[in-house]
Design a protein. Structure first.
Lengths: 207, 207
């Protein structure tokens, strides 16, 4: 059964993804808001994958290198992301340990999986799963920024805890790698064109 | 199917799924959702411009306070240290990942601030029913595109996590900037509730 909804592309038009106005196909810029108009096309997936790999490449050192260097009267210590969360849990701060674990491990990994899944799913003919896929995309877009929590925590800790030899905290290289990883996956999600979810692989007319 | 150029004015394309709709004429409390994916397409141009304008002003003032007043202080064993938000961002500045300091400053302070200023620029004439100022379309588009990268609210959650982490290590004092930041989040949420993107685009479009 064919899709009863007529899309702008089928009508020979291009919709502005920023403000919703439609223009004849081939128009370069939206006449109302000035956004760059682009047709619904799987070419955007190239950018999605490029940012996706860049994000993954930085996610690995983000987990291997130390996030924090703590030096106290009793010596110094280095913590990775997972190590810091485990230590918090051992001290009984389960709530914060869970926030850190989900913001820096669970969310980033689910994001990688979700974007890859969506990028593969739009290559198969459009299915009834459109609404679910769009929901998944909205969640990925909304939640991705929250991974930055850990970078901010490191910044606050290392600027605040500067008590001479009693205790001082310094950021580790993982903070920079992690921030880059989050930024790249955000760009990957933004490069994905949600209109593809309904469009399917080719721009063949659905009507 | 071909659409006559004269009809294009009355059409809108869903930014999420490309479905084509006739621009609805809405009553006082009506909203239009996309028939295919359920995204919000249009809401009536309520008298919300003034509220958003006022909230953007409040947010701008709070942000200025949040940047320069003391943010947090700790003391332990006779040693004390105080940080402003600016110093928090500068936590990464004494090593090779100094650019991260710049990025953090951008996402927690500079971009939110720019968005408030841009919103005021866009809405100031519109709230009085005057035609928009020059380049209002460009300004508002940039405001919208910066939205995922302005992370003030994430920074506040990061503060909470950091406080729990050092809670046992030292005693903490809250500066005016901390409360300004908390108020800023509430104002931002209110602003997002009142703000109506499609109505603003429509107002900008009516030259």
């Amino acid at each position: 059964m064919s899709d009863p909804v007529l899309s702008a592309t089928d009508a020979g038009l291009t919709g502005c993804t920023q403000c919703g106005r439609v223009w004849p196909m081939g128009t370069a810029r939206c006449g109302r808001c000035g956004s760059h108009l682009h047709p619904v096309d799987t070419r955007c997936l190239q950018r999605v994958w490029a940012w996706w790999w860049a994000g993954l490449a930085f996610y690995i050192p983000a987990n291997l290198f130390p996030m924090l260097r703590t030096s106290t009267l009793f010596g110094s210590q280095e913590n990775t992301i997972a190590g810091g969360a485990v230590e918090l849990a051992q001290h009984g701060s389960w709530g914060v340990a869970i926030i850190i674990l989900s913001a820096s491990i669970l969310i980033p990994i689910s994001k990688f999986v979700a974007i890859a899944y969506l990028a593969f799913a739009v290559r198969t003919p459009p299915q009834a799963a459109g609404k679910r896929h769009l929901l998944l995309y909205d969640i990925v877009e909304f939640i991705g920024r929250w991974s930055m929590i850990d970078v901010f925590v490191v910044a606050i800790l290392s600027s605040l805890v500067q008590l001479g030899f009693v205790a001082s905290i310094h950021p580790g290289p993982a903070a920079a790698a992690f921030a880059l990883s989050v930024a790249f996956t955000m760009l990957s999600a933004q490069s994905f064109d949600p209109r593809l979810i309904w469009r399917g692989p080719q721009s063949t007319s659905a009507t | 199917m071909n659409v006559q150029p004269s009809q294009i004015q009355d059409l809108i394309a869903c930014p999420h799924c490309d479905a084509l709709h006739h621009a609805p004429v809405l009553g006082e409390n009506e909203r239009a959702f996309c028939a295919r994916c359920g995204s919000l397409l249009a809401a009536p141009r309520a008298r919300s411009f003034l509220q958003v304008l006022a909230l953007a002003f409040a947010a701008m003032i709070l942000m200025a306070a949040a940047i320069f007043f003391p943010f947090l202080g700790i003391s332990s064993h006779g040693f004390g240290h105080e940080s402003s938000v600016f110093e928090v961002a500068m936590a990464f500045s004494d090593s090779w990942y100094a650019p991260l300091s710049f990025a953090v400053l951008m996402v927690i302070a500079a971009l939110p601030m720019l968005r408030f200023v841009g919103l005021i620029y866009t809405l100031w004439p519109l709230a009085k029913g005057r035609p928009p100022w020059r380049h209002a379309a460009f300004v508002f588009r940039v405001v919208e595109e910066m939205q995922p990268w302005s992370m003030a609210e994430i920074f506040v959650i990061g503060t909470a996590v950091a406080l729990v982490k050092i809670g046992g290590l030292a005693s903490i004092s809250f500066g005016p900037a901390f409360w300004a930041f908390c108020a800023l989040i509430i104002v931002t949420v209110l602003k997002n509730i009142y703000m109506n993107k499609s109505a603003i685009w429509e107002a900008i479009g009516q030259k």
